[in-house]
Design a protein around this ligand. Sequence first.
Ligand SMILES: Cc1cc2nc3c(=O)[nH]c(=O)nc-3n(C[C@H](O)[C@H](O)[C@H](O)COP(=O)(O)OP(=O)(O)OC[C@H]3O[C@@H](n4cnc5c(N)ncnc54)[C@H](O)[C@@H]3O)c2cc1C
Length: 459
Amino acid sequence: MVNESNYKSKNVCVIGAGPSGLVAARELRKEGHKVVVLEQNHEIGGQWLYQPNVEEEDPLGRNPFLKVHSSIYESLRLMSPREIMGFSDFPFMVKKGRDTRRFPSHTELLDYLKDFCEWFGLREMIRFNTRVEYVGMLDYDVCSNNDLKWVVRSIKKKSEKVVQEVFDAVVVASGHYSHPRLPTLKGMDTWNRKQMHSHIYRSPEPFRNEIVVIVGNSFSGQDISLELVKVAKEVHMSSRSLNITEGLSKVISKHENFHLHPQIDTLHEDGKVTFVDGSSISADTILYCTGYSYAFPFLDTKGMVVVDDDRVGPLYEHTFPPSLAPSLTFIGIPRKIIGFPFFESQAIWIAQVLSGRKVLPSWEDMMKSIKEFYHSREVAGIPKHCTHEIGDYEYCDKYGERVGYPPLEEWRKELCISSILNYFANLETYKDCWDDNEKIQEALQSPHFTQFGLQDSSL
Ligand SMILES: Cc1cc2nc3c(=O)[nH]c(=O)nc-3n(C[C@H](O)[C@H](O)[C@H](O)COP(=O)(O)OP(=O)(O)OC[C@H]3O[C@@H](n4cnc5c(N)ncnc54)[C@H](O)[C@@H]3O)c2cc1C
């Protein structure tokens, strides 16, 4: 709690109880704000709350409000090593009787988040089974940015009771790995065999003996192919670039039923799929592993924040919309970062700006910074849809510096890099074999891991 005379305690609504929303709630409360977290599901965890039943979801996830949030499949194991994942003051420890693997299953991360929630007493702030349907400005025409308030309309699942409330501030922590990003393909609308997005993929069994085309060769495309190739008759991976990693190349050469193709040219009504090199196959299923788009179907900002080709903007430092901040903020937007510590530093900054302990630059300076950032990305040849792909430790360190958040530990950065390199080279085995043991030991002896003592852990 701060004591300064200009300190303000705000009534804040956080949307979502995934990792971003949980750490936001903790930091906002720590800063003395009154916090309510609205979560559409019955439990915390966000993406890590596995949802096996997807029957009610549109296979291509084309509805603005999705029925299913999580895109996690049954066999999924983390792709980041556990040591790098923890929030700064809550290491992701190995616990006896749980999944002790370095790249554990998704349920282990959910258990970590539940532990985090219990440890910091966060549950009391969360209203479960409460879906936010509308967020908009109250008396927008007559209010200045400083006293802008927000109307939040939510609906209780089952009873369908609608509640409308007014908050001083809204923190959007609704995630961005649910709404499919789909390609536009000739014949896609008339192709009458099975087509679906990886958002609703759960297990390989329904594809037994099928001929499956996987569109996209990024993380999900590769991971899902690894298990499909064992049950499907044939797996055909189609992607923009045939320049593949050593790891994927090894897998393809090991399996006679795994084939690589360039982009799809046309989907034909009789099930034929033609690729841009003129080759074709007849397929049973097209599985789009083409990534996810940002979507905020509940949010009405009168056009002051828009999603344009996966650029959410304008957002100062991926967090603050200059015309609406600090009463409206976003957490968890960046991609290609070590997520949890970054979300934590975002949460601290948001909490401190709302209390008045920190002040944002002027509207002009925030806009100038955003324009400069966009320009630097354009000059570097980075497409618009990659605006929030950061992939830069220095950026994360500088971001946190503003609120006294410690820079990422060297071991965290190095373990992240060595895992990615291992993934590129050894796709099939990287989650079980590695050669960065020395760095792991360094991590386990660092203050991050020893802050609670080692008694809880069988490290
Ligand atoms: C297949 C897959 C694998 C991944 N693997 C890794 C990994 O190995 N390591 C890693 O660091 N990250 C991984 N991620 C990324 C993962 O999304 C993040 O780790 C993390 O979950 C992001 O947290 P978040 O809180 O921002 O969003 P989410 O986890 O998506 O949580 C958002 C929450 O908001 C709620 N919500 C949304 N809309 C509403 C609404 N209208 N009303 C009320 N509540 C709402 C949702 O129900 C959800 O609980 C993976 C993602 C996917 C899809």
